[in-house]
Design a protein around this ligand. Structure first.
Ligand SMILES: *Cc1c(COP(=O)(O)O)cnc(C)c1O
Length: 422
């Protein structure tokens, strides 16, 4: 469910006409619905009912401070993958005791920062990382709480670039080597074992890979018990998919029910790290048509948002619906044409949609790129020296700029010309 709907041929976000925001803010901009974000977070979190659990939002999917603050007020924690994400999560008011730190390449500084900040636990992904953390904890005279990310070798049946739980992926510790590392950690004075983790991929539209992974992890937890290692937290990662086009992902309630059944008999607290399923359909990218170019071979709709703003189509061939912000009135049936919706960047790979049936857009029309809330702004860059887009949050009949549009000064702010060139 989301709150981007047409009223009298005008696309609204909650009670605000999107065209009015474009008028005030300019284009392109990301637009998020407060009601949708809240609804998605609560639906997900409450689906687990009485089962002891903690929902740690995957910050990398959408990391604006205002959005993190919202999830924090709803009782959420954070799943982070860098020192920068730790910094912004704490700035947003998320309690460090609800923060989980994942990722294969945490640097020494990042490990120290997480430790002294008092995060809930580190998901350790290699033996060298464990040794490094032990060293840092000793130097700080602290005990570091850890979980190990197990690679369960389960096929998530998703895009190859977003599969993470196969033996050939770089993530986690192979399940058959995991026992050794737990035994090693058990001996370490400055390490405290808290959990077992796994995260098998993103945009999963089938429940069975999750239950298969959980089953393998559960057997492993039982095995650890026999070795005298007790586990308080079982972290199943994120990965639940959303509908971009015609996918039929399971409802969070179905997902929660399946996991809860599999959790039976375990005394651990379940940790979940959802990203996309919370924010994916809670945000859109709004852009304006600069020019149209209709040739023998193709029709091109050239808009002011590009692959630097939304990388997913170029990177993963991802589908995003492209809708008019204002539908042409007076037409009984919408007239469509096949076109490429492209940005101004000097790359053939710069497109938002390819060979797509879209409304016949004209110069100046506003375009809504739907389902862009996850891995949208957070993956944006300054390629072609394009200032990054603004981010706007709508609540009821009001809108708030939650990130200013970058400008030419911010583009070069951190660059220096060495003296010898002056
Ligand atoms: C990316 C990631 C997530 C979030 O994945 P979604 O598919 O957005 O739910 C959760 N945990 C880890 C460790 C991740 O790398």
């Amino acid at each position: 469910m989301h709150h981007f709907i047409y009223k009298d041929n005008q696309l609204f976000c909650e009670s605000v006409a999107i065209a009015d925001i474009a008028e005030a803010v300019g284009t392109p901009f990301y637009l998020y619905s407060h009601a949708t974000l809240t609804h998605h977070f609560n639906t997900f979190d409450k689906s687990f009912g009485e089962l002891p659990h903690l929902t740690c939002f995957a910050v990398k999917s959408c990391s604006n401070l205002a959005i993190l603050r919202l999830f924090s007020t709803l009782g959420g924690g954070a799943d982070i993958v860098s020192g920068g994400e730790l910094y912004r999560s704490m700035k947003a008011g998320i309690d460090p005791r609800r923060i989980i730190y994942s990722g294969v390449g945490k640097t020494e500084d990042e490990l120290r920062y997480g430790l002294v900040s008092g995060i809930l636990m580190f998901n350790i992904e290699s033996e060298q990382e464990l040794e490094k953390l032990q060293e840092i904890a000793r130097e700080q005279e602290m005990v570091a709480p850890v979980s190990f990310r197990i690679n369960p070798d389960v096929d998530p049946k998703t895009h190859a670039y977003i599969s993470t739980g196969l033996a050939k992926n770089k993530f986690g510790i192979p399940i058959d080597q995991a026992e050794k590392i737990y035994l090693r950690a058990k001996e370490m004075e400055h390490i405290r074992i808290l959990g077992v983790s796994c995260h098998i991929g993103s945009q999963l539209t089938d429940i069975s890979p999750f239950t298969e992974a959980l089953h393998k992890v559960k057997l492993f937890v039982n095995r650890l018990e026999t070795l005298g290692i007790s586990i308080d937290y079982l972290d199943l990662g994120g990965g639940l998919g959303v509908r971009y086009q015609d996918e039929k992902p399971p409802h969070p309630q179905e997902y929660a029910r399946a996991l809860s059944e599999e959790m039976e008999g375990l005394k651990c607290t379940l940790i979940l790290e959802p990203g996309r399923v919370i924010v994916g359909n809670a945000g859109i990218l709004v852009s304006q048509v600069i020019y149209t170019k209709r040739t023998q071979a193709k029709n091109f709709i050239i808009v002011d948002a590009a692959m630097n703003d939304l990388a997913r189509p170029s990177l993963y061939d991802a589908h995003h619906d492209i809708l008019p912000v204002i539908r042409k009135a007076g037409q009984a049936e919408e007239v469509l044409e096949t076109a490429d919706v492209v940005g101004p960047i000097c790359e053939t790979g710069d497109f938002l949609a390819k060979d797509r049936q879209v409304t016949v857009f004209e110069q100046g029309d506003l375009v809504a790129v739907m389902s862009s809330g996850a891995y949208g702004f957070t993956m944006s860059s300054n390629y072609n020296s394009r200032p990054r887009a603004a981010e706007v949050l709508v609540k009821d009949d009001q809108f708030f700029i939650i990130r200013n549009r970058e400008n030419y000064e911010t583009l070069i702010r951190d660059e220096n010309i060495p003296d010898f060139l002056e």
